[in-house]
Ligand binder design. Structure first.
Ligand code: PLP
Length: 305
C-alpha cells in the first residue's frame, strides 16, 4: 500500500526520517491524532459508569468503535470482540483466564517454532503452572510450519493449539483454517496471533472458524495501548475474571448470572443510556478506551467507510 507522508504529522515534520519499524508499532496519521483531540475536547467521560449525557455519549462512541472494528475484521457479532491493551494482553488473557480453568496436568499445549514471545511465554508459563506438556512444532527449511509434524503432535491429549497467522520474523502466512480443522478433530481450542496479519491482510475472522483471534490496534495506525481479542461466545461466557482486580469482568458477571439460572443473553449488557448491547464489561478497571474509539476512526478513513 502506498501511503502519503503528508498524512503522518511525525513523518511530515521529519522529511529525512525513514521509519521501518511499523511491525512493532505504526506511525499515527493525522486523522487519528485529530480524533483523539476531538474525543478529549468533546466527548470525554467514563463509559458505562454514569447516567449523565456526557457519559452516555462516551459509551456510544465506545460501542461504535467496537462495531466498526468488528466489521473491519469480518466479525458479525461485535459483542464477542473485547478491547485489550494489545496482542500480548489478549493472548495472556486467554492463557490465564481460559487456560488455568481448562488445561491441567497431563494435557498438552501445541505451539509452533514461528511464534513471537507473546504467543510463546503465556503457554510456557501455563504449562509450568498446571503441569501440562508444551509441544513445539518445528519449522521447515523454507520457513513454514511443518504440517506433517503438526498432525502428529495434535492428539487426544491436546487442549490448545496456538499459532500465528503471519510470522513477524519471516512473513510466512500460515494456513489458519487447516490448523483449526486439525485442532477441531481432537476437540482442542485454537488461538491465533493476528498481530502481523490484521494490519496487512483483508480479514474474515468469522470465516477462519478460530476460537480466539488476537491483534493490536497500535500496529495498524491506531493509538498506543489498544488491542483486540475476538473469542467464541461460549468460551468467553465460561471464562473466569481477568485480571483479578477492580470491577467485575464479562466472565464474572455472566458466571454469576448463570448461577442465578438466567439466560445466556444475560452475559451481555444493554446500556440504559444508549440502548446498545455489548459484552458485559471491558477488562477490569478503566480501560484506555479513547484509544479504541480512535482506532475505529482510523479504520473508517483508511478503508474508505
Ligand atoms: C506476531 C506478533 N505477536 C505479538 C506481538 C506483540 O504485540 P503487542 O506488543 O502489541 O502486544 C508482536 C509485536 O511485534 C508480533 O509481531
Amino acid at each position: 500500500m502506498i501511503v502519503d507522508r503528508a498524512d503522518f504529522p511525525l513523518l511530515a515534520a521529519n522529511p529525512e526520517l525513514h521509519y521501518l519499524d511499523s511491525a512493532a508499532t505504526s506511525q499515527k496519521p493525522g486523522v487519528v491524532l485529530d480524533a483523539m483531540m476531538h474525543y478529549y475536547t468533546h466527548d470525554n467521560a467514563n463509559p458505562h459508569r454514569g447516567a449523565y449525557a456526557l457519559s452516555a455519549r462516551a459509551t456510544e462512541r465506545y460501542h461504535q468503535a467496537r462495531e466498526r472494528v468488528a466489521a473491519f475484521v469480518g466479525v458479525r457479532d461485535a459483542s464477542r470482540l473485547i478491547f485489550t491493551r494489545g496482542t500480548t494482553e489478549s493472548l495472556n488473557l486467554v492463557a490465564t483466564a481460559w487456560g488455568r480453568t481448562n488445561v491441567g496436568a497431563g494435557d498438552e499445549i501445541v505451539i509452533t517454532g514461528l511464534e513471537h514471545h507473546a504467543n510463546f511465554v503465556p503457554w510456557q508459563q501455563l504449562a509450568t503452572e498446571v503441569g501440562a506438556a508444551l509441544r513445539i512444532c518445528r519449522v521447515t527449511p523454507d520457513g513454514r510450519i511443518d504440517l506433517d509434524q503438526m498432525a502428529s503432535l495434535v492428539g487426544s491429549r491436546t487442549k490448545v493449539v496456538a499459532f500465528s497467522h503471519v510470522s513477524n520474523a519471516l512473513g510466512t502466512i500460515n494456513p489458519v483454517a487447516e490448523l483449526c480443522a486439525m485442532a477441531r478433530r481432537v476437540g482442542a481450542v485454537t488461538v491465533c496471533d493476528g498481530a502481523q496479519a490484521a494490519p496487512h491482510l483483508p480479514l474474515d475472522v468469522d470465516g477462519l472458524d478460530v476460537d480466539f483471534y488476537a491483534f493490536s490496534g497500535h500496529k495498524m495506525l491506531g493509538p498506543m495501548g489498544c488491542g483486540v481479542l475476538v473469542g467464541r461466545r461460549a468460551l468467553l461466557e465460561a471464562m473466569p475474571p481477568y485480571p483479578r482486580r477492580g470491577r467485575r469482568t464479562w466472565a464474572t458477571r455472566s458466571v454469576s448470572r448463570r448461577r442465578a439460572n438466567t439466560s445466556v443473553e444475560s452475559g451481555w449488557r444493554r446500556c440504559a443510556s444508549t440502548n446498545r448491547r455489548s459484552p458485559r464489561s471491558p477488562p477490569a478497571g478503566c480501560a484506555p478506551f479513547p484509544t479504541f474509539v480512535c482506532t475505529g476512526r482510523r479504520r473508517r478513513n483508511a478503508a474508505g467507510w
